[in-house]
Design a protein around this ligand. Structure first.
Ligand code: ZN
Length: 382
């Protein structure tokens, strides 16, 4: 009977990736995924930078820690996780252009698992460009991750959109003891929603409710679709110096306030690339948006909200110096929604990481944000 229960449980579980291995085949690099079941897959190559994207149905990942740091041959590292409601994704960073020489699934042999095998062969940039031109157009990017509330509900209370940074295949920053930015920002957003909704004053919408990947433009679009009066993107940074700690607050500007802010925006704007999106066709109409009048008013309100966050954070949490800064964050570009990006702290700092990974450690930060939100809507009623 125990055996029957076990197999019934196994039948309900998603296929699981239990290993990622790499091998040198001379003229190519072989990637092998060990799987508990045979799965459908599709594999494609992207450039700018060169990447391989492997899409699978929803799978669980149970990789030995040693596998996660692997790089070999043309493969310079990899990430994996949920991409959208139907897809799990593995993204390989490459040292240069490749072609998919072969891809196939091998059935189990003896006690072995199913093996999904992909051979990557280095090629020249001209051959890569020719392959890209000949390849069928990629499927459209994933659309709506959450639905807008029905229109009547839209005007009864101001809507606040909380945007937990990163997610799914894009883990964001990694902490000193292994915590992941994507998990901390999601937990934080859910807790903050509870606190804000408990006031009875707001409706709160999250750009993601689960550990899934949401493109940056989609996050902005959600804010506009639900008619948000305030958009807050939540992040946590990681840098080489463990001593640096504290929160910092950012609003959009064409001109970055300093080199550090510019570098941070560049890091955060890489999310789409990390998630394996093909950015070749995306328009960069940012300049046009930035000069609109609506944008100017919105930028003033964003800066106002940021100025309310600063004193609250310094009361119950701590801030880095020059704490309100500006840069070109893609996620803050809705022309008509006041938007702020908060780096809650540094996961590379042991104290910040310890606080942010625990619910009771996050609570003072959440209360500080909630006080700033209340003050903002007290003084700028919608
Ligand atoms: Zn981030």
């Amino acid at each position: 009977m125990a055996a029957w229960l076990l197999s019934a449980g196994a039948a309900l579980a998603a296929p699981t990736v239990v290993g990622v291995r790499m091998g040198d085949q001379g003229d190519s690099t072989r990637l092998v995924l060990d799987l508990t079941e045979s799965v459908r897959y599709s594999v494609s190559v992207l450039d700018g930078p060169y990447r391989v994207v492997l899409d699978l149905p929803i799978v669980d990942w149970s990789l030995p820690a040693a596998d996660e740091a692997r790089k070999l041959g043309v493969i310079d590292g990899f990430r994996y996780g949920r991409f959208d409601n139907d897809t799990s994704r593995l993204v390989l960073d490459l040292k240069g252009p490749v072609e998919i020489a072969r891809a196939f699934v091998l059935p189990p042999e003896g006690g072995a698992r199913y093996r999904l095998v992909i051979d990557l062969k280095p090629i020249g940039t001209a051959a890569f460009a020719a392959n890209r031109a000949a390849a069928p157009k990629a499927a459209p990017e994933p659309q709506l991750a959450i639905r807008a509330p029905p229109p009547p509900a839209r005007f009864d209370k101001p809507v606040i959109v909380l945007d937990p940074g990163h997610g799914g295949v894009d883990p964001g920053a990694l902490g000193a003891t292994g915590s992941r930015e994507k998990d901390i920002t999601l937990a934080m957003a859910k807790e903050l929603r509870q606190v804000l909704e408990a006031t009875g004053r707001y409706r709160v919408v999250l750009t993601r409710e689960t550990d899934t990947f949401i493109p940056l433009q989609r996050r902005v679009a959600i804010g506009r679709e639900v008619g948000a009066s305030l958009f807050m993107s939540l992040h946590a940074d990681s840098v080489g110096q463990p001593s640096i700690s504290g929160a910092s607050i950012y609003t959009l500007s064409e001109q970055a306030s300093d080199k550090e802010a510019e570098a941070l925006a560049a890091r955060e704007n890489r999310a789409d690339l990390i998630g394996g999106l093909d950015l070749a066709d995306q328009t960069t109409d940012v300049a046009a948006i930035l000069i609109s009048l609506a944008q100017r008013e919105t930028m003033n309100l964003s800066a106002t909200f940021a100025s309310y966050l600063v004193p609250e954070f310094s009361k119950d949490w701590h801030l880095v110096r020059n704490t309100h800064r500006f840069a070109g964050f893609a996620v803050l570009k809705a022309p008509d929604v006041p938007s702020v990006l908060v780096e809650l702290g540094y996961l590379s700092n042991p104290n910040d990481e310890r606080s942010l990974r625990a619910a009771n450690g996050r609570r003072p930060v959440i209360d500080a944000v909630a006080r700033a939100v209340n003050r903002y809507f007290d003084l700028h009623p919608v």
